[in-house]
Design a protein around this ligand. Structure first.
Ligand SMILES: Nc1ncnc2c1ncn2[C@@H]1O[C@H](COP(=O)(O)OP(=O)(O)OP(=O)(O)O)[C@@H](O)[C@H]1O
Length: 242
């Protein structure tokens, strides 16, 4: 469970806060779409979920423990995949990059090996450990970034705009990985300004506006209110809708 309590975050002394009093509880296994226009505070908010940013006011708890008290536990429970993962790789090859996180947990070599193999299999990259990351397509890099987070065996995976710069087949491939993750019980928080890719996977939609929660509802209920915030929703039937 990720819980934010009245979280406020300011980047400077001037202007309104980037996140302005957000209280949210995300249970294990829930698939949340976090939407909102550019600059509404989505990235800033999720960076609090595992202590990449500290709140100026309020607090963040993971499994009931304040993140500030146990950063390692928060980062083990909440995996992050960032926008444009090409900047986020730490090693030259697929296998070395995915192994980096588990190595830092001090696991045995057998366990690291098992986790790397499982994580790569989960994103359809089995057998590609020795390939160079700089030779991969954008979609493949995204999948390696997801595998790197999965190798930490997180309860929640947070992805910040993972579709940016991907073509349609790559987007579909990433959506399929997210579907598999959801089915395996991993919670997903997907940050996006365009809901069309994953609307039918969501259990819940949270939309931010000016750093505040403007909508927090099931997809069918959220659907009508999102266009007012400048958020595009997919045309047609939505799961749970009549
Ligand atoms: N490192 C930073 N320094 C100063 N201001 C920042 C910084 N990062 C974000 N901001 C500002 O905080 C506000 C919220 O930004 P944030 O990136 O969290 O929004 P977002 O909803 O994720 O936007 P986007 O969809 O464009 O990524 C914006 O006004 C942004 O300009």
């Amino acid at each position: 469970m990720i819980e934010t309590r009245n979280v406020v975050h300011r980047y400077g002394d001037d202007g309104p806060p980037a996140v302005d009093g957000v209280s949210l509880a995300v249970p294990d296994g829930e698939f949340v779409l976090l939407a909102g226009p550019n600059g509404s505070g989505k990235s800033t908010l999720v960076r609090h979920f595992n202590g990449l940013l500290d709140p100026d006011e309020g607090e963040v708890l993971v499994d009931g423990t304040p993140v500030s008290e146990n950063l390692v536990a928060a980062r083990t429970s909440v995996g992050m995949v960032f926008q444009q993962p090409r900047d986020g790789f730490v090693a030259a090859t697929v296998g070395a990059d995915v192994a980096f996180g588990p190595e830092n947990l001090g696991l045995s070599n057998e366990e690291i090996d098992r986790r790397v193999a499982d994580a790569l299999a989960a994103v359809n990259m089995a057998g590609r450990r020795d390939e160079r990351i700089d030779a991969l397509s954008g979609g493949e890099r995204e999948r390696v970034a997801i595998a790197g987070a999965l190798a930490m065996d997180p309860d929640h995976l947070v992805l910040d705009e993972p579709f940016t710069g991907l073509d349609a087949p790559a987007r579909e491939s990433v959506v399929e990985q997210l579907r598999t993750l959801k089915e395996s019980g991993t919670g997903v928080v997907l940050v996006t300004h365009d809901l069309r890719d994953a609307f039918d996977l969501a259990d819940r939609i949270v939309a931010l506006a000016d750093g505040c929660v403007a909508v927090d509802a099931a997809p069918a209920d959220a659907r009508e209110r999102l266009p007012d915030l400048g958020i595009r929703v997919p045309a047609g039937e939505v799961r749970g809708e009549r």
